[in-house]
Design a protein around this ligand. Sequence first.
Ligand SMILES: [Fe+2]
Length: 272
Amino acid sequence: MVIGGTAGAALRSPDDGHQPPATDEGSWLVRYCIFGDVHGNLEALETILADARRQETDRYVCVGDIVGYGANPSDCIDRIQRLTRQVVAGNHDCAVVGRTDIEYFNFFAREAVLWTQQQLTPEQSSYLRGLPLTLELDGMTVVHATVHQPSLFGYIESAMAARQSFDAMTSKLAFVGHSHVPVTFFYEDQGEEIWYSQDNEVPLGDFSKTIVNVGSVGQPRDDNPRAAYAVYDSEQRKVTIRRVEYDVEAARQKIIDAGLPEVLAARLLLGR
Ligand SMILES: [Fe+2]
């Protein structure tokens, strides 16, 4: 089953004192920018953050994989550190600091991990080392890969895998990344049914639980090279997957100039 801003707002980080309006129940009404799989692609990151400003997002949450593949891992870490504290670790973030084995990485990913290790400052490495695998905030679960086994970095790409994560969720809503393909899974516990949608407009409705994969900022893999991220409006209870054109050519050239595998540059043009 497939289910189906205004310009000019200043960027507000969660640490700059901005407070969104509260509801009668005391919870915050917020427009979240939820993004991940940046993979060292600074051009894509800056472009989606500019788009998020135009969408008047109030809070920024990163589902992991800041580094790996792209040519600007340090700049991306710096930018995200300044932007938000709400960040979880992805498998590439873990790999570059030895938190996870790179044996199961393919050759190109491994090459990128080894190159990235040489780029980071000791402070940036310790930042990646300290990132949590899972965050619970404002009624949401945030994790890079799966809710049920966050340290194993499996994929939610089937109803069975989605069911395992739904069973592990204590919240009603989870945001993930990892596959680089935006998709939303819905669970209705009365009939024990699972649906998914690849629509960009995702009303959350009355589903028992929902898992949103926000796609990838820096290396989309759904045959669409535009950078992907999500705007979650907690008042309207709606998620919108945004697709944004960015300077792919600049990001591609930087990968080549850095001496990283050329396949990592070529795939940006194709979105796969
Ligand atoms: Fe990734």
